[in-house]
Design a protein around this ligand. Sequence first.
Ligand code: NAP
Ligand code: ZN
Length: 366
Amino acid sequence: MSATTPPTTTPTTTPTTGASPTTVAAYAAPAAKAPLERTTVPRRPVGEHDVLIEIKYAGICHSDIHQAREGWGEAIFPMVPGHEIAGVVTATGPAVTRFAVGDRVGVGCFVDSCGECTYCKQGLEQYCSQGATGTYNAIDKNGEPTYGGYSTHIVVDENYTVRIPDGLSLDVAAPLLCAGITLYSPLAHWQAGPGKQVAIVGLGGLGHMGVKIAHALGAEVTVLSQTLRKKDDGLKLGADHFYATSDPTTFEELAGTFDLIVSTVSAPLDMDCYLALLKTDGTFVNVGAPEEPNSLNMFSLIGGRKTLAGSMIGGIAETQEMLDFCAEHGLGSEIELIRADQINEAYERVLASDVRYRFVIDTATI
Ligand code: NAP
Ligand code: ZN
């Protein structure tokens, strides 16, 4: 279907509590690298512990593109991407205690986990030893594929649902469910704060939330971007300094500067150059998920007792903590609201680093 085709008349039904699954409108990639198009997908009946959410907004994460194009390996199609979901509860299962109809809620990158392993018990469900169930491109406990947020409704266990505080509008809150928590978690874990020199590499969806959050935590923040094109924006977002990585003098000038570097870059980097920017005992945390492997010279770590680390999203309790922190500090995402028929165009702009700074789909247009 082309972007100009009017919405199909495929009948959809509103899911309610009951025995049979229902069908909802969605945008899906029918196959790897194929453009996304309007379709319908099944949603399970609202179970004992489930909430039915009417999705209002869904953010577009670069991970959606990696997966829809099978950049990370074989994927499940048709694929309805979307793991930055903000909406309103419209029905609850009989055993639900934490949410009521009308509540403003969010769903992030996973919708289930074993609940019993050491990581789940510590609130680190994203590192569940059985593997957390992805919001899309995954198979759930019933053997059914999961479908994400580019859709009108979703049914989710209340334990994998978070509350969006009143101080945040749903549209600017949606990207916090992945971009926000993916930066909040390492910044909190590696104690970005007053007296710390923190660099954020890549000013895209994740990076711009990293700048806002690191600034709110009290760190001195530097953006390392490919060019100076986004400099004015970066400084407005809260950065103290802004450098272009295409300029080799940047690496000379900033050698040995940072306590913490968080890279959000979706492509391989020259690691040796970036590790040289750390102080002794500094840490480079990679959150970007490039499709190709990266290499480094081990001497880049040895000289200076440096740490190379990774971090993946955050647990449910930490995601709630992040949303409360963002509401308290007035930190929403900078968004470009789009119609569903603009998703394919938005993907191209993300790939060209031309996003200011998160595309968010108005799901009423699906
Ligand atoms: P994004 O909006 O596309 O931002 C990535 C930014 O990286 C771009 O805006 C660009 O910033 C920079 N960049 C892109 N290509 C580059 C290159 N070849 N060399 C140097 N810099 C480059 O993507 P995103 O949604 O923020 O996601 C970023 C990455 O994180 C993706 O790989 C995504 O899959 C991954 N991710 C990981 C997690 C996790 O839990 N660890 C969660 C979500 C996403 P400048 O224009 O400023 O240079
Ligand atoms: Zn994401």
